[in-house]
Design a protein around this ligand. Structure first.
Ligand code: THU
Length: 132
């Protein structure tokens, strides 16, 4: 599956975003190594701090279904808004896939990509005990 195709899945997921407080809908599509795509959207709450990002929602869904092998993730906000994953989501992705390929749309609408290793300089990692 290409980055563009994965992004299309993220766009589809964004339509299901529940974001009445920020009015900032976000969609994500997590590509598993077995080819399955797990969609996620942000889900907000009246107690604002309970809101969860689209990326983490997709990760929780995958893990809760026994899927831990991630290949790539695409993230998109509405047109005109860039949506690189937030720091918390980068750390959560690192837990399962330190080298995952991340696609996001920049504010100009272009799809850009980078490895998580380039996006998260010094992850918290108790499994690998890295000193990065
Ligand atoms: N949000 C995401 O879903 N993913 C990101 O990468 C950035 C932020 C959500 C959280 C909140 O519901 C809204 O966007 C505004 O921050």
């Amino acid at each position: 599956m290409t980055g563009r195709e994965l992004m299309r899945e993220a766009e589809r997921a964004r339509r299901r975003a529940y974001a009445p407080y920020s009015t900032f809908p976000v969609g994500a599509a997590l590509l598993l190594r077995n080819g399955r795509v797990i969609p996620g959207c942000n889900v907000e709450n009246a107690s604002y701090g309970l809101s969860v990002c689209a990326e983490r929602n997709a990760v929780w869904k995958a893990v809760s279904e026994g899927e831990l092998e991630f290949a790539a993730i695409a993230v998109t906000a509405r047109e005109g808004h860039g949506a690189p994953p937030c720091g918390s989501c980068r750390q959560v992705l690192h837990e399962f896939a330190p080298r995952i390929l991340v696609y996001w749309r920049n504010a100009r609408g272009r799809i850009v990509k980078g490895r998580l290793t380039a996006l998260l300089a010094k992850p918290c990692d108790l499994k690998r005990r890295t000193t990065r």
